[in-house]
Write a protein that binds this ligand. Sequence first.
Ligand SMILES: Cc1cc2nc3c(=O)[nH]c(=O)nc-3n(C[C@H](O)[C@H](O)[C@H](O)COP(=O)(O)O)c2cc1C
Length: 139
Amino acid sequence: MTVYRLAYLSRPAPGITAADVRAIAASAARRNGDLAVTGMLIHEFNRFIQLLEGPLEAIEALMTAIIADGRHTDIRIFLRQSAAAPSLSRWIMWSDFDRMAMSKHELELREEIVRAALESLAELDAERRYAGAAEDGAA
Ligand SMILES: Cc1cc2nc3c(=O)[nH]c(=O)nc-3n(C[C@H](O)[C@H](O)[C@H](O)COP(=O)(O)O)c2cc1C
């Protein structure tokens, strides 16, 4: 079964509460299950990092809703790929507010996704510095 994988990072809206994050987790658990979507949502250190994997139409529909959601901003998609099979068999929420147990494989995948997100941020930083230097040069 070919699955589509997408991952992004974003910034939680100021003043987001544990109840907000639980409400997001509840929507995700219900809807992602209905759509045959697996993946993980990591909420920590004032950012969200999410991996979604499933049928292409399901991922597109979810991302349309997620991008329009005012509970976060600065959404940066850093991974899009297709894979022969999903890398997770369930939907996982990992929150600073509300932690839950994860298996060794799930923790390893979490590390991999966080590392890729951080690399993407470092790249963005470098792009901004480069743009800044170009502007300075033009002035
Ligand atoms: C960071 C973040 C991640 C989200 N992830 C999901 C998700 O994986 N699945 C989902 O259905 N909704 C997710 N949502 C919520 C959607 O934006 C939207 O509110 C929800 O799909 C609407 O569901 P409802 O019909 O239960 O109100 C997320 C929202 C945020 C802010």
